[in-house]
Every structure is written in structure tokens, then in C-alpha cells.
Design a protein around this ligand. Structure first.
Ligand code: GDP
Ligand code: MG
Length: 344
């Protein structure tokens, strides 16, 4: 491997080979202790279901709160910067007979950046590919405040779209919500309109049942052991991908996948050691991602490391490489390996 292929972006203080003696241990910074016991043994004859759910809606309507309610706090992956990727996996809910994967499609609401058009395309593609879309809005809003930006984008969606009127606990009198339901019904052929409260749980079980009803029968997308202790590797990969999105142009963000191959907490020099590969489709893309004298890869690494250190609260040593994996976007095995199956 040439020197330019590798960017060892070292955290201050995490220097030298002090911990090369193998003091590291595999770690799960967000441990899920009782998950293994609950992991279902998938059996297709029993009709195991698995699918993707997009939670969309304006900022502050309660998407994160709802996600935590539906997923359970422990499995939710909370990002410090939720704005840029096409299919951020935000949480996975395991049920005895189903695996529900929640994804975020933030591009729908952020069209003004220079990547706006690409982002919208990606977000539209993402909602086309999920099995359920939940549009989250507020039960306290007025009927004339309905989101005009988003409804037209839902028309191309083949999946059922549920309208979740959140914060129903704040609606007084409750009869006002009926008017809002009618207003939403008139604007879009929603499969269901459900008043909910993500905060106190009102109707959230019903929403989960509706989501479950729309999930296709198929084996789980992610292997059980991958889920139990690896959700933070999704997060780390997403942070790196977010930087690629921010720093590169045109087709590059879409040609890149990130795979985290090691995430180890090292005791002696107190750092989180992260090894990750960026996969691209062609040699020319590899050159762009590495940049002149490795400059681009350095920037990607430095920015990702900054976010990761803030998130994990510990020094991060990020070892980032770039590899060509031809046609990974059309290769189901590669997609599964990279943690997202629904993007093309
Ligand atoms: P997001 O930007 O869509 O992810 O919204 P958040 O989940 O961050 O929620 C925004 C604010 O609304 C927070 O202060 C939440 O506590 C609050 N919130 C979310 N859901 C509810 C709800 O059902 N009832 C009430 N009263 N507040 C809620
Ligand atoms: Mg949020």
C-alpha cells in the first residue's frame, strides 16, 4: 500500500506504539447488555419480518423522541450532526418476530445547500426504497401550517405513509386534533393518520403495530450478533461518510461506502482506536478521495475524528484507508457488508 493510501490521523496524546502490546479490547461504548437474550432466532417458516422505516418531518416535531420510544433508548444511535447522509440508520428495533430498521432522510428538508438537488434526489430515492414512511407533524399545529415542501415528495412513494400527529398531550381541547386530521386527510392519501405522544407513549404501540403490519416477510437485514454489540460502528461509519459528503463533489459521495473494521478501546494511552476503509468504485474516485498528497483524506479524517472525540468523549485514533471495490453499489453482498441495503 502506498503511503498516500493510508491516513493515520492521530489524536494528540495517542501517540507512538505504546499500546501495541495488545492491551486493547473490543468495546461497545453503548452497551446493550440484555440484547442477546432478546435476539430472535429467525425462522422463515414462522414468517419473520424485516424492513426499513423512514421517520421524516420538520425539525423539532419529535422525531428523535419518537425513535427512542419505538426503538428503546439503548439501541438508538444518536448523532451529534443529523443533517447530511442519505440513509443514516438511526436505530433498530428487535421483536421476537421482526427486525425494524429506522433510517433518516434529512435531505428532504434541506434543499438549499450546494448539494441540495443531489440530496433531495437521494432522499426521494430513500423514501422510495423503504417499507414504511412515517411523516411526523405536530398535533397542535394549525391546519394551514401543513408542510407544503414535503407532501409533494411523498406522492412518488410506493410504501404506505403514516401521518403521526405528535404531541397530542399538548392539544387542548382534543377535538381540535380531529380538524387537523381532516386537513391532513384532504392533502394526501395517507395509509393512516395517528395522533400520538412520543413523550408519554400515547398510541405509540398502535403505531408500532401499524409499522409491523407493513413490514415484508423476509429474514433480518442485519445478523443478530452484528446488532448486539456493533451499533456504534454504524455510527462511526456514518460520521466518516458525512465528512465525505461535505467535502467532495458530484458523484463521489454516492460512490463511497465506509466500513469500520476495528473499534477498540485502548487502556494505556486512553484512546478509541478506529480502523475504517472507504470503498469507492473506480481508481479515479480513489484518487479524488485521497487528494493531492493525501490532503483530502487527511481532512476527512481530521473532521471525523473531531466529531467522534466529542461524541465518545475520549481521544480517537482514526486509521483511514481507501480501497476500490468495483460495482459495490450493485453487489448485494457488499451492500450488506457496508450496512445499507436500500440505497442504489
Ligand atoms: P426532532 O427535531 O423532530 O427530532 O424533535 P425532538 O425529538 O428533538 O423533540 C423536540 C422537542 O419536542 C423536545 O423538547 C421534546 O421533548 C419535545 N417532544 C417530543 N415529543 C413530544 C410529545 O409527544 N409531547 C410533548 N409535550 N413534547 C414532545
Ligand atoms: Mg432529532
Amino acid at each position: 500500500m502506498s503511503p498516500a493510501d493510508r491516513n493515520s490521523d492521530r489524536a494528540p496524546g495517542a501517540r507512538g506504539t505504546r499500546d501495541s502490546g495488545g492491551h486493547g479490547r473490543a468495546t461497545a461504548p453503548v452497551p446493550v447488555p440484555d440484547q442477546a437474550a432478546r435476539v430472535p432466532v429467525p425462522d422463515q417458516k414462522t414468517g419473520f419480518k424485516s424492513g426499513f422505516v423512514a421517520l421524516i418531518g420538520r425539525p423539532n416535531v419529535g422525531k428523535s423522541t419518537l425513535l427512542n420510544r419505538l426503538v428503546g433508548e439503548k439501541m438508538a444511535i444518536v448523532s451529534p450532526r443529523p443533517q447530511t447522509t442519505r440513509t443514516r440508520i438511526t436505530g433498530i428495533r428487535l421483536l421476537p418476530t421482526a427486525q425494524i430498521v429506522f433510517v433518516d432522510t434529512p435531505g428532504l428538508h434541506h434543499a438549499s445547500s450546494q448539494f441540495g438537488q443531489l440530496m433531495i434526489k437521494a432522499a426521494e430515492r430513500a423514501i422510495e426504497d423503504v417499507d414504511v414512511v412515517c411523516l411526523v407533524a405536530e398535533a397542535t399545529e394549525r391546519g394551514d401550517g401543513i408542510d407544503d415542501e414535503i407532501l409533494p415528495r411523498l406522492r412518488s412513494c410506493r410504501a404506505p405513509v403514516y401521518c403521526c400527529l405528535n404531541k397530542v398531550d399538548l392539544a387542548h381541547p382534543k377535538s381540535k386534533v380531529l380538524g387537523l386530521i381532516e386537513a391532513y386527510r384532504a392533502r394526501h392519501p395517507f395509509a393512516e393518520i395517528v395522533p400520538i405522544s412520543a413523550a408519554d407513549g400515547t398510541n405509540c404501540d398502535r403505531l408500532l403495530d401499524l409499522i409491523l403490519a407493513a413490514m415484508p416477510e423476509r429474514p433480518p437485514y442485519f445478523p443478530a450478533d452484528y446488532l448486539t454489540d456493533q451499533p456504534e460502528t454504524f455510527f462511526v461509519a456514518e460520521v466518516i461518510r458525512e465528512k465525505i459528503f461535505g467535502l467532495t463533489r458530484q458523484e463521489i459521495p454516492y460512490a463511497c461506502a465506509v466500513r469500520v473494521t476495528e473499534l477498540t478501546e485502548r487502556a494505556r494511552s486512553e484512546c478509541l482506536y478506529v480502523r475504517a476503509s472507504i470503498f469507492v468504485e473506480h481508481d479515479s474516485q480513489k484518487g479524488i478521495v485521497i487528494g493531492h498528497g493525501g490532503a483530502m483524506l487527511k481532512r476527512i479524517g481530521a473532521m471525523a475524528r473531531g466529531d467522534l472525540e466529542r461524541f465518545f468523549g475520549i481521544k480517537v485514533y482514526l486509521d483511514l484507508t481507501v480501497q476500490v471495490r468495483r460495482n459495490w453499489r450493485t453487489n448485494e453482498k457488499a451492500l450488506r457488508e457496508f450496512g445499507f441495503l436500500l440505497t442504489s
